[in-house]
Design a protein around this ligand. Structure first.
Ligand SMILES: Nc1ncnc2c1ncn2[C@@H]1O[C@H](COP(=O)(O)OP(=O)(O)OP(=O)(O)O)[C@@H](O)[C@H]1O
Ligand SMILES: [Mg+2]
Length: 273
């Protein structure tokens, strides 16, 4: 009997006839932060796509919270508590920051319990604490949902205070680092149990990489498990509980983040000496 939150067992997956992952295994325990590193083309993004169901593995098992999820669709898995931030094109640049969060919110789990009364909003769009950013699509939702959405947005801007004055700005007009924060926020609005993040530091200046990594650590410390794929291997391993090295679609090394960082062979081969 396993206690892993996510368990990937000997998965084969690829694109059409081309198999990219060959028997890859990995797991994430509850509240862990686990990093997958490896050279370009190793299959890191492919692995994450296989977990979230964008790719259907041809062999192996994937279990989330004890249930088999291999072959299930991403929309469905989001309801189970998974969220995914792709490596590229992870926001809607022409929507505002707040509307981006609404797009995340639309795919939320619909498990409002019997205790929730269906109150209608007495004054739709009125200014509310933590959500007084003016009228928006969410203002037309029943009160309970709007309150919950506003509370989630409040939680997101508590983590990313510099997004607070930009909620009504076009997401595409923000800096690269801020756009990555919007992508994180859009996933966090779902309050996921496990967040899958593909290369959040790609294309960012070193100073911004530090900020984004600190934020990911903070999100993890607030109780969200994280599976993170990163090229920025040293920094990622430094904050990870555990890590995996993939190479050519196969498991190469695994261990605690610090242990992999200290391993001379891993250092020489994957961390630039
Ligand atoms: N949509 C696709 N169709 C066909 N082959 C693909 C597709 N996406 C990726 N591949 C191939 O799969 C292999 C692994 O790609 P993947 O994106 O998983 O690598 P990665 O480890 O994430 O690399 P990087 O660090 O560059 O992001 C590569 O050889 C790539 O060319
Ligand atoms: Mg990739």
């Amino acid at each position: 009997m396993t206690t892993a939150l996510l368990e990937i067992q000997e998965v084969d997956a690829g694109y059409g006839e081309t198999e990219i992952l060959h028997g890859v295994s990995a797991h994430v325990d509850p509240e862990e932060i686990v990093v997958v590193i490896g050279p370009n083309g190793a299959g890191k993004s492919t692995l994450i796509k296989a977990v979230i169901g964008i790719l259907k593995p041809t062999r192996g098992e994937i279990n989330f919270r004890g249930a088999r999820i291999r072959g299930r669709d991403p929309e469905d898995l989001v309801h189970e508590g998974l969220a995914y931030i792709p490596q590229v094109r992870n926001i809607f640049p022409n929507l505002t920051v707040r509307e981006n969060f609404e797009m995340g919110w639309i795919s939320r789990r619909r498990t409002f319990g019997a205790t929730v009364r269906s109150r209608l909003l007495p004054g739709a769009g009125r200014s509310r604490e933590g959500g007084g950013e003016g009228p928006s699509a969410a203002a037309t939702l029943p009160m309970t949902e709007k309150e919950e959405f506003d509370a989630r947005v409040g939680g997101i801007v508590a983590i990313f205070p510099n997004l607070r004055p930009k909620l009504r700005a076009r997401a595409g007009s923000l800096s690269g680092g801020e756009q990555q924060m919007v992508a994180l926020g859009k996933a966090l609005v779902l309050d996921p149990i496990l967040l899958l993040i593909d290369e959040p530091s790609a294309g960012l200046a070193p100073r911004l990489v530090t900020i984004i990594f600190d934020k990911i650590k903070e999100i993890n410390e607030r109780g969200t498990a994280i599976l993170l794929v990163e090229q920025n291997a040293r920094r990622a391993l430094a904050m990870a509980d555990r890590g995996y090295v993939l190479e050519m679609g196969r498991n190469r090394y695994e261990g605690k983040g610090e242990a992999l960082l200290r391993d001379p062979e891993v250092g020489r081969l994957y961390l630039g000496g």
